[in-house]
Design a protein. Structure first.
Lengths: 752, 365
């Protein structure tokens, strides 16, 4: 079946030109390991009863954890990571009848999934652990029983943040805490991750005063810097376990490019439908991931329509799956997938990890999901275990998707993606110092270990605002209300805009995001539903939206101005000079475009006050001789710089995990602070969040990716897949693709 | 240098924003008159008050500020600075005579023993039969073939006056607010009790500013109020409370089960101060609800006090404005706004003692 499918893709004139690459990942035999010491009888029988033999990486993790080390496990989905840390946790809980463990999961599905596993292990081992979930949905009447009785508590970072001030009620649990597990730790990056890093420090601080010093276990998907991420998240040293010993079936990975000709006769969605149908016609049970709820439903419907005449039976076995369905409906779909009653399901990422749908034969991914990591996770839903499977990535016409289509080796090689955490963002840090002061008086000499050198400066500022007080007992909290209320884990600024619809709050955003995504007239998605902003009240921070069923969408346009506040580092690359430092950025949202299928149907103007913020950024200047060379060749120098800025921001997520909206840029043939042609790229967050700092370290690689993107794009004069930017406030003018390529090439030559 | 200043400026901006963010979350809010009942949603987080009450309190505050301008705390509220292991704080002492009828352990004993339902296996119907057979009290049951063992066990607790286990026993068959649970307090000698009431800067996790403790001594109440002159004195005030706990075997509070005791626990944990607050606890709020629900518009302390004790408070500060009054004192250094806080707390303690006695009259005679 799979062989036939691959054959069709490679030979059929309809598909062949679009297949940019087929990677065959060979089947691999399992690599088993041996523990340094045998497991307690109860656990060994659990393994025997379930016919489990431990893989090499699981043994490695268990050995490290037994020797008291903190461990970060980074092996693929379904390689048995959970068991690798559940074993030593259970061993400890078996040996010490009072010991407790805390498991932190980012989603409900994963929490529920883990709870099931733990309960089964508990039953099997005949030990009393009473694992329980403690989160925002836990009824108040159950809470105290869980705190007092459960020896494993599963929660999420937001709840943990809210729990810490109540440590008195948690004393008994915290005092006995032996393990803290953070699964899916790669999700703790950027603003969210940097906040979580301080929640973890606050937890460690309270543990220390309770007399416990838990070991930490982190598990992450494959990324370039697991140890750095783990150490920054927790502030502790880690051992890495990354050699996967689990077996794997043969997998074919197809890179499918509707825009192979830079034009694209059919849209990504139509191509997705055709592949989805093709997979199912080859008797492959297939999961098709789409970016929005609407597309999940449309693709399922289109696929049914496409086969209803020829294969009416198949047509009845295609469904869609998304958030917003009733729990019973969702369970029914999950179940039908598992029992292989359904042939295909088009789903949003609501069908996330932790939701068990069994093993599928094929996965079609409509559009690059934004990180290589999550692409692998989605592709991993097919062919769990040793079955053969096939996955296809269908590209959009944007730089990331197109770069990958042209350079599949980046995808299949060693990971380049860095998860970034910034411990120096003063906004995030100050917020958590305030929370910590509300949990226990801060003693600078002791607590510097958790919050770093800026601690005292921050305390003094907080004190001048009368939020903390220096007393003989330490710095104590003196503010009103609850500190945790003004510190949200997914934002930097405590300035919150509330988006409301019919009087109820849909979500909250900080100012920058609100200006960008929720200005008057903006169309935005909330849990897959489309809303249009009616009114933005700047004074009261309230945004009124209405549910609208429209098929257009909007993009805001901004112009940027910036000044250099401080240069922190300078590096030479041949004749180029790159710098990193602090910037003050002024972003002015001047209007927005209304688009339909990537076609602009109207442009509206906006009258918003400028956003002024301080952040971190990198910049590099282009030497005079290159400017002259560009002009001599009759190319547009400014257009070249502008193109590099766009393209570099476009590919940056391949090296530094972020969204292209997370960074901003400015290019100019002459900047007053450098007196030279300069390209700036900065973190789009108050105080910076470490993105451009990491990019600065990786600048040579980043410049190469940018060059390859521009060079290898088949378009003639620039397109959305290379030098165009969807958020350019200057309507993507001037742009000169050739000049961009030329400047980048000379930049790389001189870098050697 | 330029960058140092820029950094400092940025930090200042952050501090200001955090303060503004917190200022938006208020512990109380004003509701236009008549709206109080309609908006009950967030009553746990906010104490709502009507506008008239709010304005009156503001007038009181202004008057106090004017009257006490330039005076020292000692002159405004007579008391003394005491030293504790955790530093100094301010102690206000008072002695209050109570026109109480003393508790009568024998009556209490009879009342409890006459409820045969306390014995396992005896329900309403069985009790009626047993009474008809001449088993008037649990004591009489001691020789009963079926209930004798359990009855003897219960008697042992009674004779030992083991209130903790008696309460646990009663709690097995009756609600915590049942009169029998209350009557068990009759076995405590007067000096076992510690009457407790705290004033705080918020509903949770904010400093305690006044800890009021009253002990029954002779025919009256001895009151100790530990006032926090500056929030750095909170640990000292907590230490002041702890100094009363030795030998005190039971708390009397008004809603202390849900509020005062857990609150004090959180504050002790905040300062990492050890302190065991496990005591028998007679929460007058719960018993009052059972005794007087429906008789008065509500069971708030001031309502009960007005209706049962005929006390009308003048110049009182509503509980929910205590933080604001205290913050005014902190800001201005003028101790005037502290007067009604200390007085309010003292009145609460006295009223608690009186309500406690009223409940005994209500249920044991």
């Amino acid at each position: 079946m799979i062989a036939d499918l691959i054959e069709t893709l490679k030979t059929d004139g309809r598909f062949r030109p679009r297949v940019e690459h087929v990677e065959i990942l060979p089947a691999r035999e399992p690599l088993y390991g041996a523990l340094e010491r045998p497991l307690p009888q109860a656990l060994q029988s659990y393994l025997d009863r379930n016919k489990i033999r431990l893989y090499s990486h699981q043994c490695e993790a268990v050995d490290h954890l037994r020797s008291g080390k903190n461990v970060v496990i980074t092996t693929p989905t379904a390689s048995g990571k959970t068991l690798a840390f559940n074993l030593p946790v259970f061993e400890t809980l078996l040996e010490d009848e009072s010991a407790t463990a805390l498991f932190v999961y980012p989603t409900k599905a994963l929490s529920n999934d883990q709870l099931k596993v733990l309960k089964e292990m508990e039953r099997s081992c005949g030990v009393s652990i009473r694992p329980a979930i403690y989160d925002g949905d836990t009824p108040p009447s159950r809470r105290s029983a869980i705190r007092e009785g459960a020896r494993i508590i599963i929660t999420n970072p937001h709840e943990l943040h809210q729990i810490l001030p109540w440590h008195q009620k948690w004393q008994s649990f915290l005092r006995r805490l032996c393990f803290v597990v953070f699964d899916e730790a790669h999700r703790y990056r950027g603003v969210f991750g940097s906040n979580v890093a301080f929640v973890i420090r606050r937890l460690r601080r309270l543990c220390r005063y309770s007399g416990s010093e838990p070991r930490f276990v982190l598990s992450t998907a494959t990324l370039a810097n697991p140890i750095e991420l783990a150490e920054k998240l927790t502030g502790l040293p880690f051992e890495l376990v990354d050699r996967d010993g689990s077996p794997r079936g043969r997998k074919h990975f197809v890179f499918y490019n509707p825009f192979f000709d830079a034009v694209g006769t059919l849209s990504t969605h139509q191509e997705t439908r055709d592949l989805f149908v093709l997979f199912m016609r080859h008797s492959l049970q297939t999961l098709c991931f789409t970016a929005s709820r609407r597309m999940a439903e449309l693709i399922a419907r289109w696929a049914r329509d496409a086969v209803v005449e020829s294969e009416p039976a198949l047509s009845g076995r295609i469904a869609s799956y998304r958030a917003g369905y009733l729990p019973e409906e969702r369970r029914q779909i999950e179940d039908s997938l598992k029992r292989r009653v359904l042939s295909g399901v088009a789903a949003t990422n609501a069908l996330e990890l932790g939701i068990d749908v069994g093993t599928l034969d094929g996965v079609v991914i409509s559009g690059y999901p934004g990180t290589i990591m999550s692409t692998w996770q989605q592709a991993g839903r097919g062919g769990r275990g040793r079955g053969e499977s096939v996955a296809a990535l269908v590209a959009f016409q944007n730089p990331l998707d197109q770069y990958l289509m042209k350079h599949p080796s980046l995808f299949f090689g060693k990971s380049h993606e860095h998860a970034v955490i910034d411990l120096a963002n003063p906004y995030i840090l100050s917020g958590h110092v305030l929370c910590a002061a509300a949990e226990m008086p801060i003693v600078a000499a002791e607590d510097r270990a958790y919050f770093g050198d800026p601690l005292e400066g921050i305390l003094e500022i907080l004190s001048s605002e009368k939020l903390v007080r220096e007393t003989p007992h330490g710095w104590v909290y003196a503010g009103r209300g609850r500190a945790t209320e003004v510190v949200g884990l997914d934002r930097i600024s405590e300035e919150v805009f509330r988006i409301t619809c019919d009087g109820s709050i849909l979500e909250t955003m900080d100012r920058a995001q609100a200006f960008r995504e929720a200005h008057r007239g903006a169309v935005f998605l909330h849990q897959g539903e489309t809303y249009t902003v009616q009114e933005m009240d700047l004074k009261n921070h309230v945004i009124e939206a209405k549910r609208t069923d429209v098929d257009h969408y909007t993009r805001s346009l901004k112009i940027v101005d910036l000044t250099v506040l401080e240069e922190l580092d300078r590096r030479r690359f041949g004749r180029f000079e790159a710098r990193f430092g602090r910037l003050e950025v002024t972003e002015q949202f001047i209007g927005y475009k209304i688009l339909k299928n990537e076609q602009v149907i109207a442009t509206e103007s906006l009258d918003l006050p400028p956003l002024v913020f301080r952040t971190a950024g990198l910049w590099f200047t282009v030497p005079e001789e290159i400017r002259r060379a560009v002009i001599e060749k009759n190319m547009h120098f400014g257009g070249g710089l502008h193109g590099i800025e766009h393209a570099m921001i476009g590919v940056m997520p391949l090296e530094v995990m972020c969204d292209r909206w997370d960074v901003g840029g400015l290019s100019t043939p002459g900047h007053p602070d450098t007196m030279q042609p300069t390209i700036f790229i900065y973190d789009g967050f108050e105080g910076g969040i470490g993105l451009t700092e990491k990019a600065y370290d990786l600048l040579p690689q980043l410049a190469r990716l940018t060059f390859e993107l521009v060079r290898d794009c088949p378009c003639l004069a620039g397109c959305p897949a290379c030098v165009y930017s969807p958020k350019c406030g200057n309507e993507n003018r001037p742009l000169d693709k050739k000049a961009a390529a030329f400047i980048l090439e000379s930049l790389l030559e001189t870098m050697g | 240098m330029k960058s140092d200043r820029a950094k400092k400026e940025a930090l200042e901006r952050i501090g200001r924003r955090l303060r503004e963010g917190l200022a938006r979350s208020r512990d109380y809010r004003i509701v236009a008159e008549g709206e109080v009942m309609r908006r009950g949603i967030s009553s746990f987080f906010y104490t709502e008050m009507d506008e008239g009450q709010y304005r009156e309190a503001q007038r009181l505050k202004r008057r106090l500020l004017k009257e006490n301008e330039g005076l020292r705390l000692e002159d405004v509220i007579p008391g003394e600075v005491i030293e504790t292991g955790k530093g100094p704080c301010y102690l206000v002492r008072d002695r209050q005579s109570l026109g109480l009828r003393g508790l009568d352990p024998e009556r209490t004993r009879q009342k409890i023993l006459s409820d045969l339902k306390l014995i396992y296996g005896i329900g309403e119907a069985t009790e009626k039969i047993l009474k008809r057979q001449g088993y008037g009290t649990i004591e009489d049951l001691a020789g009963h073939p079926r209930f004798g063992r359990s009855a003897k066990e219960f008697m042992k607790l009674m004779d030992r006056r083991d209130t903790s286990n008696l309460l646990a026993w009663i709690g097995r068959w009756f609600q915590k607010s049942h009169p029998l649970a209350f009557l068990a307090s009759g076995f405590h000698p007067d000096d076992d009790f510690i009457i407790l009431d705290i004033e705080t800067l918020g509903i949770f996790l904010r400093p305690i500013i006044l800890l009021g403790v009253a002990r029954l001594e002779g025919k009256g109440l001895t009151i100790h109020q530990y006032l926090v002159r500056d929030i750095e004195e909170e640990p000292a005030a907590l230490a002041g409370l702890l100094s009363h706990l030795d030998g005190a075997r039971a708390f009397i509070t008004f809603n202390g089960r849900a509020f005062d005791i857990p609150y004090i626990r959180d504050r002790l944990a905040y300062y990492r101060m050890p302190g065991d607050l496990e005591r028998n606890h007679f929460d007058v709020l719960h018993f009052s609800r059972r005794a007087w629900r429906g008789r008065f518009p509500d069971c708030r302390l001031t309502t009960l006090e007005r209706n049962l004790l005929g006390v009308e408070r003048a110049g009182d500060v509503p509980s929910s404005l205590v933080p604001e009054f205290y913050e005014t004192y902190m800001r201005t250094g003028n101790a005037g706004p502290l007067i009604p806080i200390v007085e309010h707390n003292r009145m609460d303690l006295v009223t608690l003692a009186n309500l406690f006695a009223r409940l005994h009259e209500e249920w044991s005679f």
